[in-house]
Design a protein around this ligand. Structure first.
Ligand SMILES: Cc1cc2nc3c(=O)[nH]c(=O)nc-3n(C[C@H](O)[C@H](O)[C@H](O)COP(=O)(O)O)c2cc1C
Ligand code: SF4
Length: 532
């Protein structure tokens, strides 16, 4: 076996692929080959480090030097300086990490505070396409523990219930309870579905979890299947997520080869397998009942609830639908016990939360921090503050179906309970930061355009209401609005909330009401004087 003197970690995610990571990799390979260093230097593709917009990233071990924005033309000099002479290539954007713990070394890449990574723990340290590396880093130990200790399905559910894990797909429903309902529902055939549709604008956490550690999802789905009594699991992935789909497919194949999926898993007598299904880009298909309709091969229209999927889901059989991030917590809880999980986050919302920070911040990207971390810290410490030294104006939390948060609420804690107390939502975990130059009216206009486009049209309040909202805000933007239009928008959105069939039509009230409550003057400023 060769002992390599240097390892180059090359995070491969959709961002770095677009930035040309494979062209950089090819150049490094050529340069290494030209110097006959193949037996000394190893290049490893890993999952994401969670940073957006910094181009191709290289991490050189053992020196732990991070290079960002790497381009192919820099490679000959990089190889000569860093790999041959062992000197930092100073003309390239880089940072040296002098801290021992891996996560802390992310500071230098812009994340000014240490994160608490339990979901993205392995993501950037392993080759997600190599199950041996996953196993070496403790992958599948939750599943192995269940088999080795003969833990019953009921005990697995009890562990998840005691952990206090709540769904990360938006609603925060207790996961253990959902599994218990599904297990107890009548019927032999049951299903577990991983919701990886991720259509909420500004959200890409599930993609990076899938790209960075797909085996975690395979393990989680298998545990969930065992707990609820399902033999088939599905991952419904957004069709545009090519790399996630490819990596999930490889992870499933490798798990089958290692008897971690398929018949008689680890000689336990339990049979379980996973199938991948691709979404076709409709936002509403992320809603669990539309997703189920789509999985059944029908048009993805939401169903009337109740009955809920836990009793009448896929093909009318009991089905648990869980978000990617929710499931990604499961292996750790089983392997380490519920008490370990409860030490993280807040009492009512234990665990961590993965946020996508974007907009006018210095360092957009993905962070994983304890539930309950104040928004101010997320924006100013993890996000690096407002770009160009400008002033913070607002943050839109949770995507289009989210809430505008003004500066006065910057200290709100980011967990289900604290946000609810402040009439806000955690939603998908997107934090879109706007500086003083941003227009709330324009942002709301984009959101309402999105809803009008994505309404499935099945029920009148949403089909007509989303159009009318768009017409009103369009009028206001054009300087043709009346002062009554501002409150008319709120009333209309409230009526939609009360009468729409599914949560899509019930959602515009959140951005509309918060925009008007906190930024009414911006709307009023666009009303012509004779109308005001
Ligand atoms: C319009 C709409 C879109 C949704 N999109 C997603 C999505 O992309 N991913 C997701 O996990 N949940 C989405 N949800 C929430 C799901 O309906 C469901 O609550 C969630 O998958 C349950 O998982 P959890 O209990 O693990 O949170 C969406 C809901 C609505 C109303
Ligand atoms: S609320 Fe909108 S998306 Fe939901 S069923 Fe009605 S029309 Fe379709």
């Amino acid at each position: 076996m060769s002992i390599f003197r240097s390892h180059i970690l090359l995070p491969v995610d959709a961002d770095t692929v677009e930035a040309g990571v494979f062209a950089v990799k090819r150049c490094i390979e050529e340069e290494i080959a030209a110097r006959q260093l193949e037996s000394e230097i190893k290049i490893l593709e890993t999952g994401t480090v969670g940073i957006s917009g910094k181009g191709v990233i290289l991490v050189v071990y053992p020196e732990r030097v991070y290079y960002t924005g790497v381009t192919p033309d820099q490679i000959p000099r990089f190889v000569e300086e860093q790999l041959v002479k062992g000197r930092i290539c100073r003309e390239m954007t880089h940072i040296t990490a002098d801290v021992a713990a891996g996560v802390k070394s992310l500071h230098g890449l812009g994340l000014t505070r240490a994160q608490n990574r339990i979901i993205l723990d392995k993501s950037w340290k392993i080759d997600p396409e190599n199950i041996s590396e996953v196993l070496a880093q403790g992958g599948y130990s939750g599943l192995e523990k269940i088999v080795a200790d003969r833990i019953s399905p009921e005990a697995v559910i009890a562990e998840i219930k005691q952990s206090g894990l709540r769904g990360r797909g938006g609603a925060g429903f207790p996961t253990g309870l959902k599994w218990e309902f599904t297990r107890k529902a009548a019927g032999d055939e049951k299903y577990i579905i991983c919701n990886a549709d991720e259509g909420e604008p500004g959200t890409f956490k599930d993609r990076l979890i899938l790209e960075g550690d797909p085996h975690k999802l395979v393990e989680a789905l298998t545990i969930a299947g065992y707990a609820i009594g399902a033999r088939r699991g599905f991952v419904y992935i957004r069709g545009e997520y090519k790399l996630s789909i490819e990596r999930m497919r490889k992870a499933i194949e490798q798990a089958r080869q290692y008897n971690l999926l398929g018949k008689n898993i680890l000689e336990s007598g339990f049979d379980f397998d996973i199938e991948i299904r691709m979404g076709a880009g409709a936002y509403v298909c992320g809603e669990e009942t539309s997703l189920i309709e789509s999985l059944e091969g029908k048009r993805g229209n939401p169903r009337v609830k109740p009955p809920y999927p836990v009793t009448h889901g896929l093909w009318q059989k009991p089905t648990a639908v869980n978000n990617v991030e929710t499931l990604a917590n499961v292996p750790g809880i089983i392997a380490n016990g519920f008490a370990w999980f409860k030490k993280l986050g807040t009492e009512k919302c234990p665990g961590t939360k993965v946020f996508t920070i974007l907009g006018h911040v210095e360092y957009p990207g993905l962070i994983e921090v304890d539930m309950g971390t104040p928004l101010r810290e997320i924006v100013f410490s993890y996000g690096g503050g407002i770009k160009g030294g400008k002033r913070f104006k607002a943050a839109l939390l949770g995507g289009a179906a989210g809430v505008f948060i003004p500066e006065a609420l910057l200290d709100v804690r980011m967990d289900f309970e604290s946000l609810k107390e402040n009439k806000a939502v955690l939603g998908s975990g997107a934090v879109l930061v706007m500086d003083e130059s941003a227009s709330i009216v324009e942002m709301l206009f984009s959101i309402l355009k999105f809803f009008a486009h994505e309404s499935c049209g099945q029920c009148a309040p949403c089909r007509i209401g989303t159009r009318q909202l768009l017409e009103i805000i369009y009028r206001i933007r054009q300087g043709k609005g009346k002062v009554e239009d501002i409150d008319a928008m709120v009333r209309l959105a409230e009526t939609m909330q009360a009468t729409s069939l599914c949560p899509l039509g019930q959602s515009p009230v959140m951005p509309v009401k918060s925009a008007v409550d906190y930024f009414r003057s911006e709307f009023a400023a666009l009303i012509p004087a004779q109308q005001a």
